[in-house]
Design a binder for this molecule. Sequence first.
Ligand code: GUN
Length: 289
Amino acid sequence: MSRPGETGARIIDGRAVAAALRAQVAEGVHHFVAAHGRPPGLATILVGEDAASAVYVAGKQRACAEVGMVAFDHRPPGDTSEAELAGLIGELNDDPAVSGILVQLPLPEGLDGTALTGLVDAAKDVDGLTPVSAGLLALGRKGLRPCTPSGVIELLRSVDAQIAGAEAVVIGRSNLFGKPMAQLLLAENATVTICHSRTRDLPATCARADILIAATGRPRMVEADWVKPGAIVIDVGITRLESGLVGDVDFEAVRERASAITPVPGGVGPMTIACLLRNTLLAAQAQLG
Ligand code: GUN
């Protein structure tokens, strides 16, 4: 896949793929407004002062406005009780102007993110994290899918990856990413392995992968000899070091072995927001039948 005069992997341009998806969503929003006289709306709930979460939520709010959706920005203080937050989620569930609801994670200590996320009406679950959405995904039925794993599928499609029949290895088993990623790959007929902290021989398991997806949060953990020559490598990690932002993959070494690889930043990150916008439009359309 390398071009003449270059060595190593094709760099998967997440910013470009995300921009194309956002443009599609903007067109969909335009049609939605013409048909229904109002735009889809996304409500975000950011509890407390977590600086990284504030940056992510600001990005989501901005992206909404850019595609012509309404963004409702809820920022309750960090000492808000679980009952009060449940009340807010209930109000948003009942508000017809709100098509999608996102509770930004992690929540401050003492608040149960899983329980609160589970209160979101499944029809408005644009994060795809409620038990109903997770169950629909596990059963292979239609539903709203989690954003980051959906973004990874789009990136694989952007390089015409052969997913059906491929050995896909996902490092990480979180509810937010690893589990739904594995389910989406399975739905695409990949042979899927999920690795985690108790996996016995991580390098050897990764080295089987035609598609290797890392979501460990450990900077540059995935080394070149963990990667099968010609594999597609997707890096979901992002850690801020003094030297800058780095992913879970040793990019410079691995790019010499892989056929395609996502950079950090500019790979998976931009896809999460683009898929959130798509989910919000899909939710709005489904709510109006
Ligand atoms: N925190 C980090 N990523 C996400 C995400 O995709 N959704 C939510 N709700 N919180 C997050």
